[in-house]
Design a protein around this ligand. Sequence first.
Ligand code: SAH
Length: 347
Amino acid sequence: MQIIQDLSLSQLENIIIEMGEPKYRAKQIFENIYNGKNINNISNIPNDLKQKLKQLFIDEPVKIYTVQESHDGTQKFAYELFDGNIVEGVLMRYKHGNTLCVSCQVGCRMGCKFCASTLGGLVRNLTAGEILAQVLTVNAMLGGTAKKRQITNIVMMGSGEPLDNFENVAQFLKLVTSKDGINFSPRNISVSTCGIVPNIDKLAELGLPVILTISLHAPNDFIRKQIMPIANSYSIKQLIEASKRYFEKTGRRVVFEYALTDGINNTDECAKQLSKLIKGFPNHINLIPLNEVNERNLKSVTKKSCQHFANLLERYGMSVTIRRTMADDIDGACGQLRNKIINENKI
Ligand code: SAH
């Protein structure tokens, strides 16, 4: 069985022609799928074609399984995939639009010490269509269509490491920015990575100037190795050089994520080292007070300490914001909701 959302319009046209159907049917089906419809709900194709399609394709590859709503309006979804696996998504509502956070893997194998997604390791990669279907499903849930989008921004900050599933993520980026489909601007898409250096260069080569977000979380290799195993494979120096190359190639300033963790990376010396490390090319630092995860014994910082760290960085001339902690009442941290559902189902 295949997933329709994995296909480009021309790939679907080839399949439709092979089925002995007129080519224009492909466009009709494609438009309906991008409007968030299932094969079953497509009203402008004949029933026998629907039946044929249902034998070839998984009809609803990403189903909304649960929705939790936070006091701040943020919604957190658990999606069920065709094989019963669960991944998460978060919809954040801002004045300027709606941002959807998408997952690209079931679980993760990067092993970051603060992250809930990686607790059970990597289960499997998502296909491009499974990532795309998250966008199409929530867009339709909000009353949007391909032409009248309700989702304005996409961030690849759900479960999984995008650059550890490079081919599928690259295909997803091509599909979601295609004029045939939902026509997202790459400028409104962020790809977040723990820093798989060679694939940062591959991402730059795609010719889609998405925002590169680096989960840095430490100002030197010594601290980074304590919390992020990937630091044993690529040094901070290599990572910063790759970020500079990304900027040179795409013209996009790079965003560095820095989750403040008490007693680990929040000293004044850390702020000084961080500013020295990334000075000299266009970038932005996003400070996040660590979202505490039950299974991990890392501690977050106070608001005051977070502000102090931000002030220091500003004094050193850095561009910095503190990310609003959203949805901490609904298991907002990466992987928390999925783990909860898995644990509840075990009982
Ligand atoms: N694998 C990718 C994207 C997934 S996580 C990456 O590493 O960037 C999205 C962001 O949330 C990353 O910056 C990640 O480091 C951060 N994150 C994960 N768990 C967190 C937690 N408990 N508190 C704060 N940020 C967290």
